[in-house]
Design a binder for this molecule. Sequence first.
Ligand code: FAD
Ligand code: PYC
Length: 416
Amino acid sequence: MQRFSIFSLVRNSLSYHKNWQEHWRSPEPKPEYDVVVIGAGGHGLATAYYLAKEHGVKNVCVLDKGWLGGGNTGRNTTIIRSNYLQDESTAIYELARSLYEGLSHELNYNVMFSPRGLINVCVTEHEMRAFQRIAFANKLAGIESRMISPGEIQKLVPIIDSSSNARYPLLGGLYQPRGGTARHDAIAWGYARGADNLGVDIVQNCAVTGIMRNRGKVVGVQTQKGEIRAKKVAFVVAGNTSVLTDMAGFRVPLESVSLQALVSEPIKPILDVVVMAGTVHGYVSQSDKGELVIGGGADGYNNYAQRGSITQWEHTVRALVEMFPAFGRLKMMRHWGGIVDMTGDRSPIIGMTPVKDLYLNCGWGTGGFKSIPGSGFVFADTIANGRPHPIAAPFGMDRFREGRLIDESSAAGVAH
Ligand code: FAD
Ligand code: PYC
């Protein structure tokens, strides 16, 4: 455990942080590992952490082409909830949400989990029906969520325009009291430090360029730092999944699109719940720094550009200003994009692949931040035991061939 005192802070600032203890090592890759995880986002790092912690599999390397947490994990709007429709989904998202509750303690790292409550507001009758159905499904699944009236929304969010002549008149909302947010970087950093402490090698700036196979089995990876042999390999490369599966010689039913977000200048606290408005493409929460963290809908076309665009944020801000007129006076500071990979049923793919000992975790689309702890937990178990964890089993790739879709288009949260 690292300890910081005011004296060590002063000492480190005077020495220009030169002697600051690093959170994780920066090793050169070894020639061979039991497991190579490709992708040092939240899902890859959590997978490595649970492989080491829960299964004693410590001869593990996590490779990333950039810096850890520099993909979608460091670009998302940090919303955490488990109010999905299908039983398969509520099982994994609620496992993740409940792990978030104890994650700072588990990792001895403050991930700033803030279960401040979350409202999916409804502005059409269609939405009301869809979310009412989700509320019933959540009740059956034992998840605390309920429909609330416009009056209750107004009490929770005094700055929302709930007047009857509003551009988007509020009809009601689905409220999950223990939904909320966490600090996205801290999730990556906490899992990275935890995995590193358990002996996992995290190698940044090392792109995987090829997948080595022998008689239908994966035997290693080619990288910018040379070949690394591996007994098992896991792809956890949101947004780049089809690039990697091409290297491995099979295809996945995914589309890659850009999803964008932006933040305002910091202001005093005005919003202490998370508000999502799917129909008008907008969601917003206020960070601890005071910035409003805002996101919108996904781009309507495929691309690999990790950049924001004026058209998209203009659309989002326009909708949110109608809903929260006070936001009209705010300055926006930054905007950016991340590449998300989406399946047709808006549910992830977790499990085995046509290549023996090659595992796949992808397709979280616009909503995989919230699932990081649960996904890492069940994926590590899947890899360690060579068969799908029971919670992961329904999310196998074969569901598309067999027609067992897990349709989450109404609960996915972001209109797409
Ligand atoms: P990433 O964090 O993207 O990590 C994948 C890593 O793979 C990257 O670091 C990348 O560099 C690496 N990689 C790729 N190719 C290679 C290669 N060839 N070799 C080595 N490394 C490689 N989800 C929510 O639940 N709530 C939200 O509020 C939310 N908001 C979002 C807002 C935006 C703007 C975006 C873009 C996404 C949002 N999401 C949200 C979705 C969520 O961010 C993602 O589902 C999640 O972060 C995916 O995590 P990951 O670890 O799978 O992928
Ligand atoms: O899945 O809840 C979600 C989400 C919110 C914003 C982007 N995705």
